[in-house]
Design a protein around this ligand. Structure first.
Ligand code: KDG
Length: 338
């Protein structure tokens, strides 16, 4: 068991019911999400001690969101409350030939407006083994970008490992015109574990990665990442082959700086119940394996199985135990159970 700190924005997700378009009917379903919180909930389900750090609105919505994390076992004593609003995102899940749609309504949230020095990192990171961050946080503005970098540097200084998921969101970066390449590079330079594929690395390092095969491109990107970022020990990603809106195939890659590439073979995933949070579930599965000191192949198979299982669960959180993920790995299959 490890102690993991997850820093990021907790969001309310408002989804159209079933396959409806947004506001087709006057109903929206409310769930709690946020890339880093999603990872934290998964890790808590796997038995780790997880603390959520961030800022929520000092109102009933912020309290409800924090309460949802507590319900799943997270320590929320590091969640500040501040005047202002919660960030929202609206989701229309799509169907057949109509892709899912996400609309963000999170500008000026209590989290985005929190000053960079609002967090006492040495205290918040005391006893932590890992800090998990994602590229969503710096995409929200200068305050959150500075806070994420301060968190990563403090974690490194405190001897905790840093996990960073690139999660490149161009629409968020466009709002404040931040220099994504420079800021993400600074964050990746602090990371021990990076979730990113060749597209993310193309944004950050400007690489072109022209090889035809996706695996070769991931390995080329990993080689560039290891050369650029001295603390980086692992890079992981899924490789996704879309079939249609309800179905895709996923494989998983973990590149260890010293031990090379481990691959979890491609699995068909579908019909998809809810794919939001699939990448976070994968990240939590990989982190769980690395925390346990597992061999790279076992780690990536577990990560991929965790990511595949998420597609069977409505909402952003992957509410599965280690035993449920192991059962899927043990069968040698990663697709959603029917
Ligand atoms: O990875 C899932 C996230 O995309 C979701 O929980 C919402 O954090 C979110 C975001 O910024 O999109």
């Amino acid at each position: 068991m490890a102690r993991v700190v997850c820093f990021g924005e907790l969001l309310l997700r408002l989804s159209a019911p079933g396959r409806e378009r947004l506001l087709q009917s006057p109903q929206l379903e409310v769930r709690i999400g946020g890339a880093e919180a999603n990872v934290g909930v998964s890790l808590s389900c796997f038995g780790h001690q997880v603390a959520a750090v961030g800022t929520v609105a000092d109102n009933a919505l912020g309290e409800a969101a924090a309460g949802e994390l507590r319900r799943h076992g997270l320590d929320t004593s590091g969640l500040r409350k501040a005047p202002g609003r919660m960030g929202l995102y609206f989701l229309a899940p799509g169907a057949i030939h109509r892709p899912a749609e996400v609309l963000y309504d999170r500008a000026g949230s209590a989290f985005a407006l929190a000053p960079a020095d609002a967090y006492d990192w040495p205290a918040l990171l005391q006893g932590a083994d890992w800090l998990h961050l994602s590229g969503v946080t710096p995409a929200l503005g200068a305050n959150t970008a500075a806070a994420a970098l301060a968190a990563a540097r403090a974690a490194r200084a405190a001897g905790a490992k840093v996990s960073f998921d690139g999660n490149f969101r161009p629409k968020l970066w466009e709002v404040w015109q931040g220099d994504a390449r420079a800021i993400l590079s600074e964050l990746m330079a602090e990371a021990d574990l990076l979730f990113a594929d060749y597209r993310d690395m193309g944004v950050v390092l400007g690489g072109q990665y022209p090889q035809a095969e996706a695996l070769a491109r991931v390995e080329a990107a990993a080689a560039d990442a290891f050369a650029a970022f001295p603390h980086l020990q692992w890079m992981a990603c899924t490789i996704r082959a879309p079939r249609n809106v309800d179905h895709h195939a996923l494989s998983g890659v973990l590149v260890d700086r010293d031990r090379g590439t481990a691959l979890a073979p491609q699995e068909e995933v579908g019909p998809i119940v809810d794919r939001i949070g699939g990448g976070d579930a994968f990240a939590a599965g990989v982190l769980h394996g690395l925390i346990g000191g597992w061999e790279p192949e076992r780690t990536i198979r577990f990560g991929l199985a965790a990511g595949c299982l998420k597609h069977s669960i409505p909402g952003d959180f992957n509410l599965v135990s280690e035993a449920e993920v192991e059962a899927l790995v043990g069968e040698g299959r990663y697709d959603v159970r029917r």
